[in-house]
Design a protein around this ligand. Structure first.
Ligand SMILES: Cc1cc2nc3c(=O)[nH]c(=O)nc-3n(C[C@H](O)[C@H](O)[C@H](O)COP(=O)(O)OP(=O)(O)OC[C@H]3O[C@@H](n4cnc5c(N)ncnc54)[C@H](O)[C@@H]3O)c2cc1C
Length: 499
C-alpha cells in the first residue's frame, strides 16, 4: 500500500551532502525529512579522511597563511578554466566557515601538518597538503551529528531509496521512494538530491570512464538520484569516477571502514614495489609516464587511466633480491592507503603472484613479453631506453627524478605485475548554479530542485580530479549546506505563495 508523507524540504541521502543540507534547511526553520538507503548515516563521506578548507581557524592557529584568492586561482587553472568559476569561488570562500559549522554540528577535526601528508608530492605545499582537515573519532562524531539534526527537528527515514522525482507543471513537488518493498510518496516544496553519484554501478562507471579495468571502493550509490534529475530536465555535464591510486590486481582488501563496505588495498609486501617508481609499461609494453607520479594519488591514477586503467610494473631478479634484503633505497609512497612495510621473500611473493595470474615472468625479456602478451620489440625498446636513463641518471623521455632512477632491468628472471587504477565512487554530475540549484538545458533552475556533493557538476571538470587533499569531501559538506539553505528559502517562498 502506498504511504504518503509531507515536508517543506526533502533530502535524499544521508552522506555529508545530505546531512549538511538537512541541517542548513532546518536552521532556516523548514520542516525536513531525510531519507537514507542504508540503515545508518555517513555514506562515502564517513569513509573519507578529511575536509578541504582555506583560511580556517585551524590553519591560522598553525601559522599557515592561505588565501582563498590563491586557492581559487590554482583550482581554476588546474581545471583549465572549464569548472564553473562562480561555484568554485563560492565553495572556496565559504569552506572555512563551513568547517567551523560542521564542528559545531558535532564533527571533530584536526588539521594535518603538511610535513605529515601521506602524499609526498604535496609535502610543504600549503594548498595541496595544508588544506586537509582530518576527521577524528568518526563513530562518535557522526553520532553527535545525528543527535544535533534530530534535536533541531530533522526526521530520519532509513532503509528507504529514492526512485524518482515528482514533477507538476515543471515544478518539483516531492519524490517517489521505496521502503520495505513498498512505495512511499513524500510531498515536499523543495528537494535536495544528495545520493552521492553512481560509484556502486560498475557498468555505468565503465561506460563513463571508457574502460572496464578499474577497481572500485565505496558504498553502493547506484545513481538513482542523477538519473531522476536528468529525467526531470537536468543535464549531466561531467560525472566521472574519482580515480585514486592503483591496486595490485585481485588484491585482498584488508581495511574495514564500514560494516559492509571496505576500503583499503592490500597487506601484501609486494605493495612496496607497486608504491615505488619502478619501470611502468602499458599493455603493449611501451613506457608511458614519469613513475614519480606514484607519490600523488590523483596523478598516479590519471597516468594509469591514460593507458586504459591498467599497466604493468617491471622488475628484475636484482630488484627482488634488494627488497628481500630490506636494502631498498627508494622512498615507498604512502599515497592511497599506502604500502605495508612488512618484509618478505619477494621472489617467493612474485612467484605466488605469477601462480595467481596477477603477474607474469620470463627468463628473458622475450619470454616475459610472450607470457604477458606484450609486443616484444616495443617492450625491449622501452627496457633499453630505461636502462640507459638509469646509467646516465637522466630520463630523456619522461624526466623522472635522478633519485628514482635506481633499478635497472638486467638480470633474469624478469617479472611484470598487473596494476589497476582504483576509484572512490564518482564525482561530478548535473549542471548547477552557485546556489546548487539544478539547471535545465536552457540554463534555467528547475523550480524546487537542488543537489550537491557527488551529484553536482561543474566543480571538477573533465575526467580529472584536482590533486588537492580533501577536495571532494570538503565540497560535499559545503555544497550541501548551500543547497539546503537555498532549498529552505525556496520552500519558504512557495509556502507563502500558497498561503
Ligand atoms: C574509500 C573512500 C575514501 C575517500 N576519501 C576521501 C578523502 O579522503 N578526501 C576526499 O575529499 N574525498 C574522499 N572520498 C570521496 C568523498 O568521500 C565523496 O566524494 C563524498 O563523500 C561524496 O559525498 P556525498 O554526500 O555526495 O555522497 P555519500 O557520502 O556517499 O552519501 C550519499 C548517501 O546517499 C545514500 N543513497 C544512495 N542512493 C540513494 C537513494 N537512491 N536513496 C536514498 N539514499 C541513497 C547512500 O547510502 C549514502 O549514505 C573518498 C571516497 C571513498 C569511497
Amino acid at each position: 500500500m502506498e504511504k504518503i508523507m509531507n515536508t517543506d524540504v526533502l533530502v535524499a541521502g544521508a552522506g555529508g551532502t545530505g546531512l549538511a543540507a538537512a541541517y542548513a534547511a532546518a536552521q532556516q526553520g523548514s520542516s525536513v525529512i531525510i531519507i537514507e538507503k542504508q540503515d545508518k548515516i555517513g555514506g562515502n563521506t564517513k569513509i573519507s579522511s578529511g575536509f578541504f578548507a582555506i583560511d580556517s581557524q585551524e590553519q591560522r592557529d598553525a601559522g599557515l597563511k592561505l588565501t582563498t584568492k590563491e586557492a581559487i586561482a590554482q583550482l581554476a587553472e588546474y581545471n583549465h578554466f572549464l569548472s564553473n568559476g562562480a561555484l568554485l569561488a563560492k565553495i572556496v570562500n565559504t569552506s572555512a566557515d563551513t568547517l567551523a559549522w560542521i564542528e559545531k554540528m558535532g564533527m571533530e577535526i584536526k588539521l594535518n601538518p603538511t610535513s605529515k601528508t601521506t602524499q609526498f608530492a604535496h609535502r610543504n605545499d600549503n594548498y595541496r597538503g595544508g588544506s586537509y582537515h582530518m576527521y577524528q573519532n568518526k563513530e562518535k562524531s557522526y553520532q553527535k551529528i545525528e543527535e544535533t539534526l534530530k534535536n533541531i527537528g530533522v526526521k530520519f527515514v532509513f532503509n528507504t531509496s529514492m526512485k524518482d522525482l515528482l514533477l507538476e507543471n515543471n515544478q518539483i513537488t516531492g519524490i517517489k521512494a521505496e521502503k520495505d518493498s513498498q512505495e512511499l510518496i513524500i510531498k515536499a516544496k523543495s528537494v535536495v538530491v544528495a545520493t552521492g553519484g553512481y560509484g556502486g554501478d560498475f557498468n555505468k562507471v565503465s561506460k563513463t570512464m571508457h574502460t572496464n579495468k578499474l577497481r572500485k571502493l565505496g558504498v553502493p550509490n547506484n545513481g538513482e538520484g542523477i538519473d531522476a534529475m536528468v529525467k526531470a530536465g537536468g543535464v549531466d555535464i561531467d560525472s566521472h569516477a574519482l580515480i585514486h591510486a592503483s591496486q595490485l590486481a585481485k588484491s585482498t582488501v584488508t581495511q574495514n571502514s564500514s560494516t559492509k563496505h571496505l576500503a583499503g588495498f592490500s597487506s601484501n609486501p609486494l605493495t612496496q614495489l607497486l608504491l615505488t617508481p619502478q619501470l611502468w609499461v602499458n599493455k603493449k609494453g611501451v613506457r608511458f609516464a614519469n613513475e614519480d607520479v606514484v607519490y600523488d594519488t590523483v596523478e598516479w591514477a590519471n597516468a594509469a587511466w591514460s593507458q586504459g586503467g591498467i599497466y604493468f610494473f617491471i622488475v628484475d631478479q636484482n630488484t627482488l633480491d634488494t627488497f628481500t634484503k630490506n636494502k631498498n633505497l627508494e622512498e615507498v609512497s604512502q599515497a592511497g592507503p599506502g604500502a605495508t612495510t612488512d618484509s618478505g621473500d619477494f621472489t617467493q611473493l612474485a612467484n605466488d603472484a605469477v601462480a595467481g595470474k596477477t603477474a607474469f615472468t620470463g627468463q628473458t625479456l622475450d619470454e616475459l613479453a610472450e607470457n604477458a602478451g606484450l609486443n616484444k620489440e616495443a617492450f625491449k625498446d622501452s627496457v633499453t631506453k630505461y636502462n640507459l636513463a638509469i646509467e646516465n641518471k637522466n630520463d630523456q623521455e619522461f624526466s623522472k627524478s635522478a633519485k628514482s632512477l635506481l633499478y635497472s632491468i638486467k638480470k633474469g628472471p624478469f617479472y611484470a605485475f598487473i596494476a589497476q587504477a582504483t576509484y572512490l565512487g564518482t564525482v561530478g554530475g548535473v549542471r548547477v548554479d552557485e546556489d546548487l540549484a539544478v539547471l535545465d538545458k536552457e540554463l534555467k533552475p528547475i523550480p524546487g530542485l537542488y543537489t550537491g556533493g557527488a551529484n553536482a557538476g561543474g566543480y571538477y571538470e573533465g575526467h580529472s580530479y584536482p590533486a588537492f587533499e580533501g577536495l571532494a569531501s570538503g565540497f560535499t559538506w559545503t555544497s550541501g549546506r548551500i543547497a539546503g539553505t537555498n532549498a529552505a528559502i525556496y520552500a519558504n517562498k512557495i509556502g507563502k505563495t500558497n498561503e
